[in-house]
Design a binder for this molecule. Structure first.
Ligand SMILES: [Mg+2]
Length: 200
């Protein structure tokens, strides 16, 4: 099987980190459970400047390296790799975050999972020529059987794969979301993802 795995809020607890960060930077109290929009500027009610500053802080290597792992992610992904499945972690993080993101994966024991940066949300200010900085046209040539994703804003990247099974990691910002088709399934943890993927 070819498996697409998103990074933030699928294999690590990014939003929880952001919740702490806005408290530190702007003295705002928005707990994780209240992050109702994938758009963090909207969820945290930030000005353009505040949002830019927060994103800059969040993408510093020491910050990226401190994100907590989502329980069970490493174990499941490594089991898939050991069974011969092809796992690609496809993140919307900018390519400038590639090295610390790679280091985080390696530290967590995910050395064999491939990592690619794809501009999912129009956030990348420039494109970089690297095998790991995916252009949309190259991403669209890749094929997947299963995807793990939390962001409704990324579902459009699955439109070209009508047979794809999409495991939507349950998060506050996708609770109200309607799924595009019956191949989408809400999953509450990695155990549930693993069960659903293994039963095919
Ligand atoms: Mg995500």
């Amino acid at each position: 099987m070819k498996i697409y795995v998103d990074f933030d809020d699928c294999i690590c607890e990014t939003a929880k980190h952001f919740s702490k960060l806005v408290a530190e930077l702007f003295d705002k109290d928005v707990p994780y459970e209240k992050i109702n929009f994938f758009n963090l500027q909207k969820s945290f009610v930030l000005t353009d400047e505040e949002y830019k500053y927060m994103m800059m802080e969040a993408h510093k290597p020491e910050s990226l390296l401190s994100y907590e792992e989502t329980v069970g992610a490493t174990k499941t992904i490594n089991e898939w790799i050991n069974c011969g499945h092809d796992v690609s972690i496809i993140t919307g993080r900018p390519f400038s975050a590639y090295e610390p993101s790679r280091e985080w994966l390696d530290n967590k024991g995910l050395k064999d999972a491939k990592l690619y940066c794809l501009d999912k949300y129009g956030r990348h200010s420039y494109s970089t020529d690297s095998d790991f900085s995916l252009k949309l046209e190259d991403y669209l040539k890749m094929n997947f059987d299963v995807a793990i994703e939390d962001s409704p804003a990324a579902f459009k990247f699955f439109n070209h794969l009508p047979m794809l099974k999409v495991m939507v990691y349950n998060r506050p910002w996708n609770k109200e979301c309607e799924f595009p088709n019956k191949n989408y399934k809400r999953c509450f943890d990695w155990e549930m993802i693993e069960k659903n993927v293994n039963k095919g």
